[in-house]
Design a protein around this ligand. Structure first.
Ligand SMILES: Nc1ncnc2c1ncn2[C@@H]1O[C@H](COP(=O)(O)OP(=O)(O)OP(=O)(O)O)[C@@H](O)[C@H]1O
Ligand SMILES: [Mg+2]
Length: 591
């Protein structure tokens, strides 16, 4: 099999030849290579020209071949990874490609670059302008005559050229049976030609009967090389505008570029421009703030700024230990050591026992951006389709990778996935399916932390090996864990834990969650403040007395969860593992 184009780094220099065009004798010579270092070293010699090319001496042929190979190598070197992926599909004779992108301009630039490298013409169709050529050559037809999409497809069939036919906003027509039928004809007939149809759309809408014939290309967000280009362009513009060079050292540049990852090309350009206007320079804080705003605007993802630290979590020692051991797991040293990248964990647990808190703390602890995905919103249908929302969220997390994708209350999004509960025409099942397969196959350094507290709604596929690295169960804290939690929350509210009878508090808060302990501290402080007194054990004990722990009202649910987790999950704390003896279980049942 030929190597996938993505295996080759397009910015490594003019080396890769697999994409070089066949060398023909009548190709005009390219201009001599410019640049300080002279011509780049050539790849393997190109094949000799066909015999019968009588006028040329062997030296001429060799020189011409070398020049052509150099030109092809240069064209290939200019191409980006995404260009190469597209070219690969065209060469693999996919007749119809569905290019999924909200960046039409960038996608069309890619198409034009690929077409140039393969000497193909590019036709662009839109409902408003009909069928147009993108280069300067005159069209021998009236573009406006082909506004009808069916006529446009016939045009694609009729033309005898090497060409790429781009259809803008192709998704609405996928609902039209006539269009779909015609599309299938095109897919079949184009296979034997040098023509490829590229459907450009911001929404994935491939009709089921076309799924086998259409290759879907997800156009990725710009990577570091492209953002670098945008930054350099901005700097050049700024130099012209300000009449002086901006002072930005290499480290600042890198930070700004990394900061802009996750944005589209246009968004990055706007963010840089905004920073220039506001601050007269490229300010990383402005870039990050703008990015947070843009990501939030998309509705489902949120950059979650967090200061939570591991020290704020009481108990859960096994979970903390697992996370500590993987703190540097995304670094180069771990790769060189031969370690795989962690995929993610699923945290199941009693409400208020620190699942969300742990997710927040990992962001800080691992020093990675934490993106929170709101499952409820993915399915709410308020912003775009559910599939589109999920796809965007994943793409964004991958663009800013290494990153942590935090899916809080995973079960909320999954209520429609079971066959018995299929009320939404299978949408949740599809979205969930694509999420699970991404989880299974992902190679990008995105660590997923999913949390859930209703195991009954979690589909069994999620538990299979290879989906999460580990499933942890966080139970109600044991007495020693509660002591830790009391100390943490008293300390957080500027009280000296040494002045409290921590053991008594731990005893009094039996069967309470971390959240309830925190509430106990807060309620006691309000009481004391109202009485104009300093808070004491007595205030806290009184507050606890007035609390009915959730574990009492939810007893059945918690027992079910424990039974479920015993077979499937790992205890998040060693204390819990030790106390989960039949004896302890009976004790819990009788409280
Ligand atoms: N183990 C703990 N150590 C310290 N504080 C805790 C702990 N567990 C919970 N808390 C406190 O309770 C608050 C709420 O906990 P958190 O949001 O993490 O619960 P959760 O497990 O996500 O619950 P839910 O299932 O309701 O979402 C935390 O912000 C923290 O202040
Ligand atoms: Mg939570």
């Amino acid at each position: 099999m030929s190597p996938r184009p993505s295996d080759v780094d397009p910015f490594a220099g003019p080396a890769p030849v697999p994409y070089a065009r066949p060398v023909t004798a009548d190709r005009p010579r390219p201009p001599p290579a410019a640049g300080m270092g002279g011509p780049a070293p050539l790849p393997a010699p190109a094949p000799a020209a066909a015999p019968g090319n009588g006028a040329s001496s062997p030296e001429d042929v060799a020189a011409r071949n070398a020049a052509a190979a150099r030109e092809a190598a240069e064209a290939a070197a200019e191409m980006r990874k995404v260009d190469r992926d597209l070219e690969f599909l065209i060469r693999a004779r996919y007749a119809v490609l569905y290019m999924l992108t909200s960046e039409e301009r960038r996608a069309e630039e890619t198409i034009r670059r690929v077409a140039k490298a393969r000497t193909m013409k590019v036709f662009v169709w839109s409902i408003t302008e009909g069928m147009k050529l993108t280069d300067d050559s005159a069209a021998d037809w009236n573009p406006a005559e082909y506004k009808d999409p069916l006529k446009a497809l016939q045009f694609v069939l009729d033309r005898d050229v090497r060409g790429l036919f781009v259809f803008r906003d192709a998704h609405p027509y996928q609902k039209n049976p006539e269009f779909v039928r015609k599309l299938r004809d095109v897919a079949r007939k184009l296979k034997e030609t040098k023509k490829t149809l590229i459907l450009l759309a911001s929404v994935l809408a491939v009709p089921p009967e076309m799924e086998k014939e259409v290759a879907v290309v997800e156009y990725p967000l710009p990577g570091i090389p492209e953002i670098t280009e945008i930054l350099e362009k901005t700097l050049r513009t700024a130099k012209e505008a300000f009449g002086r060079e901006l002072e930005l050292d290499q480290r600042d540049k890198e930070r700004v570029i990394e900061g802009a990852l996750g944005l589209t090309a246009d968004e990055a350009e706007n963010v840089f421009a905004k920073s220039l206007v506001q601050k007269g320079t490229l300010d990383i804080d402005i870039v990050l703030r703008e990015k947070e705003r843009i990501v939030k605007k998309s509705g489902i993802l949120e950059f979650f700024p967090t200061q939570a630290s591991m020290e704020e979590i009481g108990g859960l020692d096994r979970l903390k230990d697992w996370l500590s051991k993987r703190q540097s797991a995304f670094g180069k040293a771990a790769r060189e050591y031969g370690l795989p990248r962690p995929k993610g964990i699923l945290l199941i647990g009693v409400p208020g026992c620190g699942k969300s808190l742990t997710a927040k703390a990992v962001g800080t602890f691992w020093r990675l951006p934490l993106l929170r995905l709101d499952m409820g919103k993915v399915f709410a249908g308020l912003v775009g389709s559910s599939e589109e929302n999920m796809r965007r969220a994943i793409m964004m997390a991958e663009a800013v990778a290494p990153s942590i994708l935090w899916i809080d209350e995973l079960e909320k999004g999954l209520s429609g996935t079971g066959s018995s509960n299929n009320t939404d025409g299978g949408t949740s099942a599809r979205v969930f399916g694509s999420f699970v397969s991404w989880l299974q196959e992902k190679t990008s350094p995105v660590f997923v932390i999913a949390t859930a507290n209703d195991v009954a709604q979690l589909p069994p596929e999620l538990m299979r090996k290879g989906r999460f690295d580990e499933i942890f169960f966080a139970d109600l804290p044991t007495a020693p864990e509660r002591e830790e939690i009391w100390k943490i929350h008293l300390g957080k509210r500027r009280r000296d834990p040494g002045k409290f009878d921590i053991a008594a508090l731990a005893k009094a808060s039996d069967q309470m969650s971390g959240a309830e302990i925190e509430q106990g501290v807060v309620a006691a402080m309000f009481d004391a403040f109202y009485d104009q007194l300093e808070v004491t054990d007595a205030h806290i004990l009184k507050a606890l007395n007035e609390t009915v722990p959730l574990s009492r009202t939810m007893k059945e649910k918690i027992l079910d969860m424990r039974a479920w987790c015993r077979a499937r999950a790992r205890p998040a704390s060693s204390a819990w593992a030790d106390t989960l003896t039949p004896e302890a279980e009976r004790q819990i049942e009788t409280t």
